[in-house]
Write a protein that binds this ligand. Structure first.
Ligand SMILES: [Zn+2]
Length: 257
């Protein structure tokens, strides 16, 4: 079975990150929105269950998923949403049915392309506002202030696709193209009309990226409201990326590898 329910594999670190991102004041998710995952030492991932609430998350509300069978499913053109749902089913435990999030393929795609310790997917109001606007595809093309560039690096934009197998495939293809071009995973992926994905080597990094994406979105929304965004400019950002201390600060804050 590609998916099993076994809370002993779920770390306190993952549960703490999930609860923290679910705090109402952060406005990243409400109800059962969003999901998090952690890569285990055997290459499998612990990923949040479908229908559970991040703010009150416990180790019971994760399933353990094998990456390879889900990648095979994603790459099989004949595979359907129903096939995905069946593979994510971990069965009934203590009268509760446990199934991996419908967005598990986002987490699987990251691991398949380049193993990473933590992946956090949320729907922050400020960022979704931009991603549901006419500026969605280009809003984060240029950094607007230096700390943002440090934490977010060069974000990736993925256009809208229906959550599930369609989004999984589109996300995988865009992520692979990004890695082919930049030689490393992005810290932040923006999903059109949907939300964000933070990818980091630490739980603190995943949280920092998520919070900085929200701040960056708020700055842009305010700037658009008073006439438009004036970014740092490609030359300025390129100079930052050439600096050794920039890479060190990015590693420390965003958990880049
Ligand atoms: Zn989502």
């Amino acid at each position: 079975m590609a998916t099993e329910w076994n809370p002993t594999f779920v770390t306190d670190e993952l549960v703490t990150l999930t609860r923290s991102l679910g705090e109402p004041a952060k406005d990243l998710v409400i109800l059962a929105e969003g999901n998090t995952s952690q890569r285990l030492t055997d290459g499998r991932i612990a990923v949040k269950t479908s229908g559970s609430n991040m703010a009150t998350s416990t180790s019971d509300e994760f399933v353990i998923v094998d990456v390879a069978p889900l990648v095979a499913l994603m790459n099989d053109p004949a595979a359907t949403q129903a096939d995905l749902t069946a593979v994510l089913d971990a069965g009934e435990h203590g009268d509760v049915h446990r199934r991996g999030s419908i967005e598990t393929l986002i987490h699987v795609a990251v691991q398949a392309i380049s193993p990473s310790a933590f992946v956090a997917h949320t729907h922050p109001t400020a960022v979704v506002s931009l991603l549901a606007s006419v500026h969605a595809a280009t809003a984060f093309d240029e950094a607007v202030y230096s700390d943002e560039a440090v934490v977010l690096g060069v974000p990736l934009f993925v256009p809208y696709a229906q959550p599930g197998i369609d989004l999984g495939r589109l996300f995988y293809n865009h992520l692979q193209a990004y890695v082919d071009k930049h030689g490393a995973l992005p810290s932040l992926v923006l999903l059109g009309n949907h939300g964000i994905v933070a990818i980091a080597s630490s739980a603190a990094g995943a949280e920092a990226i998520s919070l900085m994406a929200v701040k960056g979105a708020r700055v842009r929304l305010n700037a658009y409201a008073i006439g438009g965004v004036a970014g740092l400019g490609a030359d300025v950002v390129a100079k930052y990326f050439d600096r050794e201390d920039f890479a060190e600060r990015r590693k420390a804050l965003a958990g880049t590898n």
